[in-house]
Design a protein. Structure first.
Length: 114
């Protein structure tokens, strides 16, 4: 079942928004191209918020190290992170950004619990 994560007006092109009303938190991204994506906010390497990362070409770079994650598939490109993040389904209803959470188990880094 989907829930309203935020409004389109809450999002800035090229930036992420952390949503911590769900556990683990998720990050919503509005790309410069105008697409909206939702992935798990916590990097799979260490406890870093991907919403604070740098977005380019539909990928987000972790703010701590150099791994980048695809906003479309969650796949990671290179170490130190080894596992991808979950991708959540996004639907737009007018200005509402609706998210349906993935049922997969999250790939949380060591020491981070839900
Ligand atoms: S914490 Fe994200 S790559 Fe290290």
């Amino acid at each position: 079942m989907s829930f309203k994560a935020c409004s389109l007006q809450d999002l800035t092109p090229g930036e992420g928004l952390r949503i911590d009303s769900v556990s683990p938190p998720i990050a919503i991204f509005l790309t410069e191209e105008g697409t909206v994506h939702a992935i798990d906010d916590t990097c799979t390497h260490q406890d870093a918020s991907l919403a604070a990362g740098w977005v380019e070409d539909c990928r987000v770079e972790c703010p701590l190290h150099e791994s980048t994650f695809s906003l479309r598939t969650g796949a990671v490109d290179q170490p130190p992170a080894k596992k991808g993040v979950r991708v959540h389904t996004v639907e737009l209803d007018g200005d509402d950004v609706l998210v349906e959470l993935s049922q997969d188990a999250p790939n949380l880094p060591p020491g981070v619990k839900i």
